[in-house]
Write a protein that binds this ligand. Sequence first.
Ligand code: AMP
Ligand code: ZN
Length: 483
Amino acid sequence: MIRLFNTYSRTLEEFRPLDPAGREVKMYTCGPTVYSHAHIGNFRAYVFEDLLQRHLELRGFKVRRVMNITDVDDKTIRGSREAGVPLAEFTAPFKKAFFEDLETLRIKRADSFPEATDPREIGKMIEMIGTLLERGLAYQAEDKSVYFRINKFPDYGKLAHFDLAELRSTGRVQSDEYDKENIGDFALWKAWDEVDGAVKWESPWGAGRPGWHIECSAMATQLLGEQLDIHCGGVDNIFPHHEAEIAQTEGCTGKQFVRYWLHCAHLMVEGQKMAKSLGNFYTLRDVIAKGYSGREVRYALMRVHYRAPLNFTWEGMEEARQALARVDDWARRLGGKVEEEENVQPASALDGLRRGERPTSNVQHPMEEFEAALDDDLNISGALGILFETIRETNRRIDAGEIDASEAKAWLEWWERVDRVLAISGEDGALTAEILALGEARMQARLAKDWRKSDELRDELAARGWEARDTKDGQKITRRGGA
Ligand code: AMP
Ligand code: ZN
């Protein structure tokens, strides 16, 4: 049983997807605003979501994930104006960099990455705003912008657990900036303004652009349907962004939008949230430039429970490096053990495994324990504790000559499964155990003429940044876009 902490109820809840077959999971994750390079605080959120997806997949769920790209908002418009280039030209290199960074951190690609400026998405946003207006949940103000009327949505504030009495107070609130009925009302459609330059779309309410919140409601429902299983983001997204998403979507559909809301705590720097606005941030590229590898950063961002704040320090990066070196060394030793005995006695080494014997280990079923730790609201510290305890214990037994090739092989298989979730094995750019296993499975599928399976595995490899090609010498696996 998987239990997840739902921000909506503030309790741990058993995870059960909407799919009657209990298999498919619809997951939406708020993506980056592409006005600069994402910082590693943003990537903490994406690494947490990746861990969640990978664990659900290990547990047999089929995750369908959407991550949006916000390529129009105040910041992107300001950036393009300052750079003197059209909006799309300004955001393009940041989109490209974002996808490269995902690969560096071994974050699985979502099934789709819709962009807010895509005409299909803009169309959906306009349609939803129209519905909200019809239902009296929205109004056009004197400034020509369209706002959501929070007074008309009684559940507003339930996700954030805010007492919104103040925000709901009736009467026009004095504000120079807005012509809103209520200070808490948020923009669905922002009327065109001079500073927006060429950035505008036509709508029944005049030229303008969508508000940030409606982007996510539209992209999520367009691609995943009216109801989602899981919606994630950082805690700063809870209010107003996710609160607004609920109001807009449920205001249109009348159905519960999301079953489980998951939010990760911030990546901190000396007690403060890492943020662009505070200037205390590092991009992934900054950390890589200091000589750290993508998997070291991945490990450093992943190793603390997602709901606990994580302090970014260079000592923390060193610890990550040492931890990975330990894992590498252990896997190498086990590999050596397997080879050593296979060379001596090629036939007998695997006999035990062939007979289906369990490895005779002092550690009781670490696989179950590892997975059970993650079932418990992604208790990564517990899971890593089990991994390192296993490493310590097996190393001791290798030293004592107690581990033979078949047991070493069984441990490596265990590690291969663990690493499907952690994705930390192998030097950057090298073929990892996970990729090798996927390639092997694809070869088997082809031998069995199971083309569907083979294509699925090709997509799996592609999602991890690898390409499988079938040559006359058999299957070749290479970096996508590489040699
Ligand atoms: P943004 O581009 O600001 O919309 O942020 C993208 C994602 O990163 C959102 O899910 C944020 O909640 C998350 N995020 C931003 N700053 C941090 C941080 N310091 N630590 C963890 N997550 C963050
Ligand atoms: Zn969002």
